[in-house]
Design a protein around this ligand. Structure first.
Ligand code: R5P
Length: 299
């Protein structure tokens, strides 16, 4: 792959380094500085390769990290740009939940496209369909299988639960890798954002090691309530695995107070109090496979 160069931005969380190793291509670091008024400036050292693979996640501070990606793409004008955005921000605001609300993910995709990015690869966005707005090529990595492989050996008698119906896909995939049962519970979020659990759709909790499997932990409210529910229904232990450990302030304490024993995740977002896996290899294989527009989930 001598025609390709990996360009690491400041929010790549090490994925740029492992990705360049896995792909066997050189890495260059984009240089980020700030003007005295706070504006950011990005400079990418010149290189000869025609394809630039920019790695930049868009966790907090989301706007700065997104704009840094845009500036890196601008600095690389003339090259074929592939953006790796391991965690894509604003994906949960994929519709107007009340009249007048902006559909934020649409704007994120429009900005990425305007920046000259031709291919976009991301990991477990909240929903895949809204990303189809992007006119370039798109690759979606499903890290659930890789994450499940990593945690499999930690439990005697696991049952996986998705904390809402929307999460059943990754729970099913994880369960097939771990060769165990899975189910989902029903979550209700009130207008103030508080979460409560309504009922279970089967699955044996009593005496089992419950693993709550979700795409993202943000405030921790969902996992906290799901864990309490599982213990109330006789779980022996409750742990959590999530692709994106966004973990806003106070989330870790919520998980602890609900009796969560182990936290597993990936390195799409930095969080040092969990057992995390590097998903650079999954991304590398997606770079090699990308080539058609449409949801192309990792099998
Ligand atoms: C929701 O549909 C997602 O899959 C997550 O369950 C949710 O976003 C987690 O948010 P929080 O940690 O704030 O409850």
């Amino acid at each position: 792959m001598e025609t390709m160069r990996v360009v690491g931005c400041s929010a790549s969380n090490g994925i740029d380094i492992t990705l360049s190793k896995v792909l066997g291509v050189d890495l260059v670091k984009a240089e980020l500085t700030r003007f005295p008024d706070g504006e950011i400036k990005v400079k990418v050292p010149e290189f000869k390769e025609k394809i630039a693979v920019i790695v930049q996640s868009t966790y907090f501070p989301q706007e700065k990290n997104l704009f840094e990606l845009v500036l890196a793409a601008q600095a690389l004008k003339g090259k074929h740009i592939i953006a790796i955005i391991p965690y894509i921000a604003y994906a949960r605001q994929n519709r107007s939940f009340s009249p007048g609300e902006a559909v934020s993910i649409n704007s994120v995709l429009d900005i990425i496209e305007c920046a000259g990015i031709k291919e976009l690869i991301t990991v477990n966005p909240h929903k895949s369909e809204p990303l189809m707005r992007f006119n370039g090529k798109i690759g979606i990595v499903d890290a659930a299988g890789t994450l499940a492989k990593k945690i499999g050996g930690n439990f005697d008698n696991p049952t996986i639960i998705a904390p809402d119906k929307g999460g059943i896909g990754i729970a099913k995939k994880a369960a097939s890798v771990m060769k165990c049962d899975y189910t989902y519970i029903e979550k209700h979020r009130n207008i103030y954002g508080s979460v409560s659990i309504k009922k279970t759709h089967g699955g044996n909790f009593r005496g089992n090691d419950i693993i709550i499997f979700d795409d993202v932990i943000s405030t921790g409210g969902t996992v906290e309530q799901a864990a309490r529910f599982a213990y109330d229904h006789g779980a022996k232990s409750v742990s959590v695995a999530a692709i994106h450990l966004v973990m806003v302030k106070g989330a870790y304490e919520k998980l602890q107070s609900s009796g969560i024993q182990k936290i597993f995740g990936t390195n799409t977002v930095p969080f040092d109090r969990a057992d995390t896996i590097d998903i650079a290899s999954d991304i590398a294989s997606r770079i090699n496979k990308i080539g058609t527009k449409g949801v192309s989930k990792e099998k």
